[in-house]
Design a protein around this ligand. Structure first.
Ligand code: GLU
Length: 426
């Protein structure tokens, strides 16, 4: 029988898939790491047989302590999964306990020159599988490291929902006084084109050499290997499925740029600095939160679905519109549905699917009617951030009026009161 780590051929009705079998007992899928570095899940019901092509042979791991250079800062790496550590997965067939600092330094020896590293395995998961409980777990691990007195933290993370996690952590980690940088990779570490090493090295340099405090994201600025950028935790979005420069600041500017060759760091705007403030963890998240995208030909049932939810983010069109205006009876029904959601206590907020620019409740009748119905406009906040923030507010605050006020108030850089012309696509 094939075991995790073996090279296998999975035979299904639709064909054969070859790769390394990954450990995955908890779900209904067989997970295989393909030669291109990506993992694929195959429904167990569809699998006819799994043939082991080559047995996994355990290499002797060089354990042993890393020497500590007292002149260098200390950085903790909290690993949550994703492509960034897939070299480790390749060699071990996904045996998670093998991810330790010595191994990491082995993969990226340059790190040793920048800082002393320690690492913790939090999860080994795809980021699309993240739930609010994982945000709490990561925040708890951050708190432990902060208490130990580390100089900064790197969170390695799958890229798909990395920007949701950065927003979640920015809200949970109140008065954070060290840098917590989320780092991902679009290509696995063992591919020539991998962005893992550069992003990790640049994040480490940024932590080691600057006085930044707060949550940020470190990814490639452009498809080339010139610079990585530190992006704002609540105003960043994955904008491309595969490019290494997939992450972009929306209605905002990257915080800093790190040149990979020279290691020079340039701040591009104001930022929060380290202080002796004491970290407060506000880790509540309300589960019953919805996110709905407006589109032509909607029906009231789509909104009625959220009855009983504590919060709903409507990703409207344009300045923040939903199809609620006459003469269409069906549209009036949608307005009725939204009104009754608000009446029953659901906090309904509005963002825009345009991504760039701000919503506005006073320009067109649709928005005027929606705001009259009690929908709160989230200014230029990203829908993903609004979703996380609304859940977080409902998880930590009791007073509904206060929550409605706070959702439209900038708490962690999620609202930009003055969007500059250059904060748009080049
Ligand atoms: N979809 C997976 C994730 O987001 C793997 C891709 C990646 O790490 O970028 O975790």
């Amino acid at each position: 029988m094939a075991k995790p780590g073996d090279r296998v051929k999975v035979v299904t009705k639709e064909g054969e898939i070859e790769g390394i079998l990954m450990p995955n007992e908890e779900t209904d899928s067989v997970v295989v790491k393909l030669d291109n570095g990506y993992n694929i899940g195959i429904d167990k019901k569809k699998v006819k047989k799994i043939d082991a092509v080559k047995k996994y042979s355990a290499k002797t791991e060089k354990k042993g302590k890393l020497s500590v250079n007292k002149k260098l800062p200390t950085i903790s790496i909290l690993h949550t999964g994703g492509t960034i550590a897939s070299k480790v997965n390749y060699e071990t067939g996904g045996v998670i306990a093998k991810f330790d600092p010595a191994e990491l330094i082995g993969l990226f020896p340059e790190l040793k020159e920048i800082a002393n590293f320690d690492s913790r395995l939090i999860e080994q998961m795809f980021s699309e599988d993240m739930r609010f409980e994982h945000y709490k777990k990561i925040a708890g691990a951050v708190e432990k490291e902060v208490k130990k007195g580390v100089d900064g933290i790197i969170i390695t993370h799958g890229t798909d929902t990395l920007a949701y996690s950065s927003a979640a952590l920015a809200f949970v980690l109140e008065r954070l006084n060290i840098p917590v940088i989320l780092v991902g990779a679009q290509r696995s570490s063992d591919r020539g084109s991998s962005d893992a090493a550069m992003n990790l090295i640049c994040a480490s340099e940024f932590i080691a050499k600057t006085d930044f405090a707060g949550v940020g994201i470190c990814m490639h600025e452009k498809p080339d290997d010139k610079n990585s950028v530190i992006l704002p935790a609540c105003k960043t979005r994955k904008m491309h499925t595969s490019r290494r420069d997939a992450f972009k600041a929306i209605n905002d500017t990257p915080i800093a740029m790190i040149n990979y060759d020279t290691r020079k760091i340039r701040f591009l705007r104001d930022y929060g600095k380290r202080s002796d403030s004491k970290l407060v963890i506000k880790e509540g998240f309300e589960d019953k939160i919805g996110l709905i995208k407006c589109h032509p030909n909607m029906f009231r049932e789509q909104f009625d679905f959220f009855k009983g939810y504590k919060g709903l983010v409507i990703e409207g069109t344009g300045l923040g519109h939903a199809p609620v205006d006459p003469p269409q009876r069906l549209n009036i029904n949608i307005l009725e549905s939204i009104k009754s959601l608000v009446k029953s206590g659901t906090i309904v907020v509005m963002t825009s699917q345009c991504l760039f620019g701000s919503t506005h409740p006073h320009v067109y009748t649709a928005a005027i009617n929606l705001s009259k119905a009690g929908v709160v406009y989230c200014k230029d906040m990203l829908s993903e951030t609004a979703f996380i923030k609304l859940s977080w507010l409902l998880g930590n605050y009791k007073d509904k009026e206060e929550i409605k006020r706070l959702i439209a108030t900038d708490l962690r850089g999620e609202i930009n009161p003055r969007i500059e012309p250059e904060q748009y696509l080049e």
